[in-house]
Write a protein that binds this ligand. Structure first.
Ligand code: HEM
Ligand code: HEM
Length: 217
């Protein structure tokens, strides 16, 4: 008897979702406390030493929490996602050439794998930006204790990449929460599953691969 495929399709494991929301919470805390340190007008919200303490502890908590969940959770899923998001292939070139209407999901884009080129570039820029925040943040902290590690560029680079990340994350959140053609992705980051129709429209190659894997099981 032919069976109708389920209306939802699994997209993110619990491990991947916990990792993502850990980053979101820590990012929000580091941004808020960073802004308190930057703008004297916000200093009434929290004392400078307290803001600095929370800023640094959020950075440590994310480093430790991220490593623990990535290592002790579903490592295979994390490594698979990391592989899938890393390289640009022919589908991604077609996506990049397709123009804004296709990229924003208004018309059918070229068939895509699990992540499209926009998501791959977004991941590269967000991860690279976060690494730079950690490197410059560490230098700021360590430079206070060892003056030979105090560099003129650490503060401007830390500030510039704050702006870069804020702009990038604003676009990312707009697509995840507001844009009518892409906001269905939010279900995947909350419950782990997305609507099959949405997945077929945006990630047709991935859905075909997913179904073939399920059929082999
Ligand atoms: C998303 C991540 C982060 C954001 C948005 C952020 C933002 C900021 C901002 C806006 C400032 C104020 C700089 C100024 O006064 O010009 C700051 C200061 C600082 N940040 Fe970050 N930061 C982040 C991550 C980190 C990390 C990971 C570390 C440590 C490893 C760190 C360590 C510091 C230190 C030590 C200061 C100097 C505090 C002071 O004024 O004495 N930050 N951060
Ligand atoms: C409230 C804030 C945020 C919301 C609502 C949000 C939402 C989402 C959603 C729904 C996805 C899944 C997209 C898909 O189906 O592939 C996603 C993926 C992702 N998120 Fe976020 N996110 C937020 C903040 C952040 C922050 C702060 C970072 C890192 C600094 C981040 C990094 C990523 C990355 C790397 C991916 C995978 C690639 C991509 O889809 O662009 N997110 N996010």
């Amino acid at each position: 008897m032919p069976t109708t495929p389920p209306t939802r399709i699994a997209r993110f494991t619990l491990t991947e979702r916990v990792l993502h929301w850990e980053v979101v919470v820590a990012f929000a805390v580091m941004l808020a406390t960073g802004l308190i340190l930057y703008f004297p007008s916000l200093s009434g919200l929290m004392s400078r030493p307290a803001a600095k303490g929370v800023h640094l502890w959020a950075a440590i908590a994310l480093g430790v929490g991220f490593t623990l969940v990535a290592v002790l959770g579903n490592r295979r899923a994390v490594l698979r996602s990391a592989r899938e998001v890393q390289y640009l292939d022919a589908d991604d070139m077609a996506w990049l050439k397709a123009g804004p209407a296709a990229q924003m999901g208004r018309v059918s884009p070229a068939p895509q794998g699990r992540f499209n080129a926009g998501q791959k570039l977004n991941t590269a820029m967000l991860s690279g930006g976060m690494v730079l925040m950690y490197v410059t943040g560490f230098l700021l902290w360590y430079g206070e204790r060892h003056t030979e590690w105090r560099f003129e560029g650490s503060v401007p680079v830390h500030d510039l990449f704050t702006l870069f990340l804020v702009l990038l994350v604003t676009g990312h959140v707009y697509l995840a929460v507001i844009h009518p053609h892409t906001r269905a992705a939010m279900r995947g980051m909350v419950t782990g599953e997305v609507d099959r129709e949405f997945a077929e429209h945006h990630h047709a190659t991935w859905v075909a691969q997913h179904d073939a894997e399920e059929a082999r099981r």
